[in-house]
Design a protein around this ligand. Structure first.
Ligand code: T4K
Length: 421
């Protein structure tokens, strides 16, 4: 339930007003496709009594993903993090691998988990993606590969990265967790580098509850990953490889198939929402919405605002605090950057010196709610809160500072608050 649109500063929740939304509005609210189709598949699965281990839904899901991307091999797994880990191991990466710090921490963890050092590379401030010029500078004799991340579904400079990988004899793969349904120079993401990894987590534009997939043109690599996903088994009782359990269940594959059927509809809703945000945010000086290349296909999933404090008078973090108070759970992805998270900040305490653009963006970025559960009215109210707050930054900042002071003076309130902004 929503309340009437706030017109006066004093109505903001940080200044004592009731929250705009009585229920929380989330960034990652799952999109759910046709419920009857999903439940029909669950009945089919139960009748078949085949629940996991390369079941028919899994195989159908893999085939449909491979067909939609136009890549020979698709290996679906239980999530994108395990998919990254398995792809990294199957490619034989060792020593150091160059990755952006501006990514979800899973990209770095997938390396560190197998004792490969993630070497954090700076980003291009315009694209938010790994900067090929900086990549060159981070290569050492221990470097075995590069992982590009198509952040927000906008493709990396793939040509430049491929050229570096070729010249320097490095493996190149992509974390394409955000980029299903997107293209680079008109070609679907999923077919570049040695392999690409998608995520179908609940918070992605189409989901399989949890899920991920590695796509590759390389049959041998795909076979290796299939073995690794299933403990290294080849046939009954014959283990020929070091493996783990990366399998996706039939329930997840059923959800994935059902979501895939609605993917175009989800993209259309995301696009409509993106355009509404664009219209609304244009009237807020100092908040710039992520732009897209008209020539490419995109899924419009992440609504990313960059805040210029010199114009708004408030930082991205402060705006997110204001939104939280209104029950809008905006996020600060991927602040503060992997290099400022453990174990990396202990391993590389001076990494920030090499990452000026990452540092700058982490201070400016905020991600706003999108998807099925958001409509024009919700977007208009969210932007209205931002407009009201940034028109009166001094009062808002004073109120936030006051709340912080009260919280730190009261250990009970401080310890009972949840994950904050
Ligand atoms: N590489 C990149 C570049 C990635 O962004 C990710 C994941 C990965 C690799 C790894 O992919 P997976 O192994 O997860 O397949 C969320 C997602 O959990 C994560 O998948 C995603 N990226 C990341 C960007 O966002 P959190 O820690 O922010 O999730 P959480 O639990 O705070 O949820 C986000 C919001 O969504 C909350 O406001 C609650 C809401 N929500 C969430 C779930 C799960 C719902 O309303 N319903 C739900 O079912 O990481």
């Amino acid at each position: 339930m929503t309340r009437s649109v706030k017109k006066h500063l004093s109505e903001l929740s940080v200044l004592g007003g009731l929250p705009t939304f009585s229920e929380q509005v989330h960034v990652g609210r799952p999109n759910v496709g046709n419920r009857d189709r999903f439940l029909g598949r669950i009945t089919e699965m139960l009748d078949r009594n085949w629940l996991t281990n390369n079941g028919p839904f899994l195989q159908e899901f893999e085939q449909k993903l491979a067909d939609s991307v136009g890549v020979a091999n698709c290996v679906v797994m239980c999530n994108a993090t395990i998919s990254l880990e398995i792809a990294i191991r199957a490619l034989g990466l060792t020593g150091e691998v160059i990755v952006p710090s501006f990514t979800f921490v899973a990209t770095a963890h997938a390396l560190q988990w197998q004792e490969i050092t993630p070497v954090f590379c700076d980003i291009d401030p315009l694209t938010h993606n790994i900067d090929p010029e900086q990549v060159e500078k981070m290569i050492t004799p221990r470097t075995s590969g590069i992982i590009g991340v198509h952040t927000w579904g906008r493709p990396c400079d793939i040509d430049a990265l491929e050229s570096i990988a070729r010249r320097r004899n490095l493996q190149l793969m992509f974390d394409a967790a955000h980029a299903f349904g997107c293209t680079y120079k008109g070609m679907p993401i999923g077919g570049f580098g040695r392999c690409e990894v998608f995520s179908f987590h609940a918070t992605k534009f189409f989901n399989s509850f949890e899920g991920g997939a590695v796509l590759t043109h390389d049959d041998e690599l795909a076979n290796k990953m299939r073995l690794m996903r299933n403990f290294g088994f080849q046939g009954y009782d014959n283990v020929i490889y070091l493996g783990t359990n990366g399998k996706m269940t039939e329930v997840c594959a059923a959800m994935g198939l059902t979501s895939l059927e609605s993917a175009e509809k989800f993209i259309e809703i995301n696009r409509r929402n993106y355009l509404s945000y664009r219209r609304e945010i244009e009237t807020v000086p100092g908040v710039n919405l992520l732009s897209y290349d008209d020539a490419e296909r995109k899924n419009y999933h992440y609504i990313v605002g960059e805040v210029d404090e010199t114009q708004t008078g408030l930082t991205a973090s402060e705006i997110v605090q204001v939104l939280f108070a209104e029950n809008v759970l905006a996020r600060r992805y991927f602040s503060p950057g992997c290099h400022r998270m453990e174990p990396y900040r202990s391993f590389f305490p001076h990494a920030a010196l090499m990452l000026p653009q990452t540092e700058r963006l982490c201070k400016r970025v905020m991600v706003l709610p999108n998807g099925n559960s958001v409509d024009e009215d919700v977007i208009s109210r969210i932007c209205n809160i931002i407009r009201l707050a940034t028109a009166n930054p001094d009062v808002v900042r004073a109120a936030l500072n006051n709340q912080t002071a009260i919280r730190s003076a009261s250990p009970i309130i401080a310890s009972s608050s949840g994950r904050g902004a």
